[in-house]
Ligand binder design. Sequence first.
Ligand code: SF4
Ligand code: FES
Length: 247
Amino acid sequence: MKLTLKIWRQPNAASTGAMHTYELDGVSPDMSFLEMLDVLNEDLNAKGEEPIAFDSDCREGICGMCGLMINGQAHGPEVTTTCQLHMRSFEDGDEIVIEPWRADAFPVLKDLCVDRGAFDRIIQQGGYISVNTGSAPEAHSIQVPKDAADRAFDVATCIGCGACVAACPNGSASLFMGAKITHLGELPQGQAERDSRVVNMVGQHDHEGFGGCTNIGECTAACPKEIPLDVISQLNRDLRTALRHGH
Ligand code: SF4
Ligand code: FES
């Protein structure tokens, strides 16, 4: 495949970026999107040019490091992570526009890398439990209804990639927060901090500059783990309950 790539280049956080155009030939449809960028970087290195900075780690869809805005879609045209997107999703001769996540709370550090530290600070406000659960008990002795255990497990699959924020016109992290709040709120171990968790996480979310949810739903459409929109309803319910309890 022969591709025209329009890629955001920005030397550092303080500088102004711009789109640069690259022609790349010999791309296999079996390459992952990141392998395609690796090939481009080898070309740039060989020419003595600065390679394109982008984040990745596991390249298996589990770490959440690799988000890119591809042709205006978070993680590109498939419901998956950028590392699990393959070049067979594109056509020979395509022009592909590649940008970093665009959100005030995720400032660009360099080229396609953004600072997602705001997510870590939200997690620090309540993405944990403080009760001592001891060593692992025998599975059948855990008194958690199957529906609750399944729902907690389903939403625990959120990998913190930030696609929900990048896709949201408001730059809201409500889907991410809703996933964490639902995951811990469904389980007995998560009850001790249930009220303070939601109040503190929402406070940090707003402090970081994420926007409010207006039920547009782009977040869930872009989410590679298919976190459902109703976790935001759970978030709002838990917040209202916590405020009623005087938090
Ligand atoms: S909710 Fe989905 S899109 Fe948002 S951070 Fe979690 S996995 Fe990524
Ligand atoms: S590199 Fe880990 S999810 Fe993509």
